[in-house]
Design a protein around this ligand. Structure first.
Ligand SMILES: C[S@@+](CC[C@H](N)C(=O)[O-])C[C@H]1O[C@@H](n2cnc3c(N)ncnc32)[C@H](O)[C@@H]1O
Length: 308
């Protein structure tokens, strides 16, 4: 129950160009599969800062890596990276930052966290239950248009209006507080079935992304990682769906290209020079990894290097 199979571990090792003595940041510790590999590679002189906004992840980290003085743990959102890294780096140059986005298996599999439409639990979905409000509280007060907008944009759900209306009608009868209660409501509102997909998938994805401000976190986290990386440092990002990947792709494209209007100038101003170099093509899990870990199926890794 408390395990998470890390995805693309060898690929991330290569992407970060891990080297002995380096200082790296794992912005999404989870259960530490990637952190373990990074610690192995950096040897006795290396250092790792691991961040997770989920207190259970940090508690698991304290157990798994108890006594490893090379590792610093922070219970924080990765949008705080620009503050956390200088505070811990002790003058070291940051050689790489990894983001393995989304939720961990323990979060998904523990009914009490409220992420899954398959098992009954409180409708919560916060990665950090010590902050913000659970999905149930938001659904109790949100307007129909607000719900429709969230479900349409973050879930890319065609029937967002019908789902929002069904929620608004149902909450007049009784509060919507359970995951399976919401899943049944959505199933009644979504007209067509996508093969192999639970009808509540898109709505749950949207509500999870909204309540955790996942896209806002991603934009802030990427900008902060870019700021703290040393020249030559690597940025590796694993995303799990198209909205995340689009944000990562656009971020890397923006910083690795020159504004076409400025590109025609005889001498490019320093501020207009590309600051990132793309490293390789986007990577997906191998057939062997897919067979061993079906949850890796939508993982996609993009890598870039900071230029001097
Ligand atoms: C896919 S799991 C990472 C798994 C990890 N690489 C491993 O090998 O076990 C994603 C983790 O990132 C955390 N997370 C997601 N968004 C975050 C954010 N904005 N700030 C900090 N942690 C975040 C989640 O709580 C979750 O534990």
């Amino acid at each position: 129950m408390d395990e998470h199979s890390p995805v693309l571990v060898d690929e991330v090792h290569a992407a970060l160009a891990l080297r002995a003595g380096g200082y790296y940041v794992d912005a999404t510790f989870g259960r530490g599969g990637h952190t373990a590999r990074i610690l192995e590679a950096v040897g006795g002189e290396g250092r790792v800062l691991a961040i997770d906004r989920d207190p259970q992840a940090i508690a698991a980290a304290r157990q798994r890596f108890a006594g490893d003085l090379r590792l610093t743990l922070e219970h924080a959102p990765f949008s705080d990276l620009a503050v956390l890294v200088p505070a811990h780096a002790q003058g070291r140059q940051c050689a790489g930052v990894l983001f393995d986005l989304g939720v961990s298996s323990p979060q998904l599999d523990e009914p009490a966290r409220g992420f899954s439409f398959r098992t009954d639990g409180p409708l919560d979905m916060r990665m950090d239950p010590t902050r913000g409000e659970p999905v149930a509280a938001w659904l109790a007060r949100a307007g129909v248009d607000e719900m429709r907008e969230v479900i349409a944009t973050l879930g890319e759900e065609r029937f967002a209006r019908r789902v929002a209306q069904a929620i608004a009608a149902a909450r007049q009868r009784e509060p919507i507080t359970r995951t399976t209660q919401l899943a049944a409501l959505v199933a009644g509102a979504v007209r067509t079935r996508e093969p192999g997909k639970n009808p509540a998938t898109r709505t749950f994805q949207a509500l999870r992304m909204f309540i955790n401000d996942e896209l806002g976190q991603l934009h802030a986290g990427l900008a902060a990682a870019f700021a703290v990386l040393a020249p030559g440092g690597r940025l590796a990002v694993i995303s799990f769906h198209s909205l995340e990947d689009r944000a990562v792709k656009q971020f890397m494209a923006r910083h690795s290209s020159t504004d076409p209007a400025l590109a025609r100038l005889p001498v490019l101003p320093a501020a207009a020079q590309p600051r990132l170099k793309l490293v390789g093509k986007k990577l997906r899990p191998s057939a062997a990894e897919l067979a061993a870990n079906p949850r890796s199926r939508s993982a996609l890794l993009r890598v870039a290097e900071k230029l001097s």
